[in-house]
Ligand binder design. Structure first.
Ligand code: DAH
Length: 339
């Protein structure tokens, strides 16, 4: 019996296999239920009592060695198989789920693209602003309600530090450090002290446009507005301007577009008027030019500002504004094909 064990030990030590099938054959030959080692184990009961201890030890040694050898050969194959230790090359090449662009980003980029084609370049400013850039430099009267704490988030008072309530603040940031021609588009987040509901949020997004040069007229503004509306909402889109008031423009207007949902016939979305409001605009008030170091006798300009959420709602009919900031991937996934 000892001699048999010795012989098997030698055999096991010298084992080699050149592929997985050969290895499996070896495992069956030595380690399976009907393998050589189990056969010896079965014979163990016939071993004389005084030899049992030694034979038992040798038998165990053989079994362990055989197991170790087969495992070692197996590991060798596995690392040879893919050529790189620990790397599973059978895994899918696309394990990472790709995200989608946020609908507000898609629409913002579209607005930027349209204005970029007209020669506007992007300008940005801080979200935490001082009173001067948000209000005073834009001709807001001392007692204007927007300066009230109910409308504006104040971070500090005297001197006032606020969360900007509109991207018009970037107008004054740019004008105070540059001279015309100025042709900028300013996308960004703004904040207002509003109760959150399906149609209002305490933060939202705007895009502001400003053009200051010699001889800029209301006609130029109207032309750009018409082009923008057609590019954004389709070639059949009509616009209309209604007189309005903003402290920083004179004259001021609000622009409506023909309702892109019913095509102007009248529907619940446009409250059966056929028109929906999309932006505010006007000729830059000479006071604003002067406050920001630009000679209003030489230069004139127009400005316009719009809410990105509003434009997005018009394009995609999102019923609840809160969807934009909840990061619900089921909602965001719906815009997968939009860009
Ligand atoms: N800042 C205005 C708002 O937040 C929007 C606006 C209106 C911007 C008229 C303009 C403008 O540039 O000319 O409601």
């Amino acid at each position: 019996m000892i001699a048999k064990i010795e012989q098997l030990l030698k055999e096991v030590e010298a084992l080699h296999a050149s592929n997985a099938e050969e290895l499996e054959a070896l495992r069956i030959k030595y380690l399976s239920k009907k393998g050589a080692i189990n056969d010896l184990m079965a014979d163990f009961r016939n071993v004389a009592a005084e030899q049992k201890k030694e034979v038992g030890m040798r038998l165990n040694e053989l079994k362990t060695k055989a197991q170790e050898k087969i495992n070692a050969l197996k590991e060798q194959f596995e690392s040879q198989d893919n050529g790189c230790d620990g790397l599973d090359l059978t895994r899918s090449a696309y394990p990472v789920k790709l995200g989608t662009r946020h609908p507000l980003t898609i629409v913002k980029n579209e607005v930027i693209d349209i204005f970029a084609r007209l020669g506007f370049s992007i300008a940005e400013g801080p979200e935490i602003e001082d009173d001067w850039h948000v209000f005073s430099a834009l001709n807001f009267a001392e007692d204007h309600p927007a300066r009230d704490m109910q409308d504006t988030f104040f971070i500090e008072v005297h001197p006032d530090v606020v969360l900007r309530t509109h991207t018009s603040s970037v107008q004054s940031r740019v004008m105070e450090v540059s001279q015309p021609p100025i042709r900028i588009i300013c996308p960004g987040r703004v904040y207002r002290n509003e109760a959150i509901s399906y149609r209002a949020h305490c933060f939202f997004h705007q895009v502001e446009a400003l053009y200051v040069d010699k001889d800029v007229s209301f006609t130029d503004l109207k032309q750009v507005l018409l082009l923008f509306a057609k590019e954004m909402f389709g070639a059949d889109t009509k616009i209309r301007l209604r007189p309005s008031y903003f402290p920083f423009t004179e004259p001021s207007a609000e622009m409506d577009i023909s309702c892109n949902i019913c095509g102007g016939k009248g529907c619940p979305f446009c409250k059966h008027t056929g028109w929906v409001e999309i932006l505010g605009c006007g000729m830059v008030d000479p006071n604003v030019l002067e406050a920001n170091g630009i000679d209003s006798k030489v230069y004139s300009g127009y400005a316009l500002g719009m809410g990105i959420e509003r434009i997005t709602n018009l394009k995609y009919q999102v019923k609840d504004l809160r969807m934009f900031s909840e990061n619900d991937t089921r909602f965001l996934k719906e815009f997968e094909a939009a860009y």
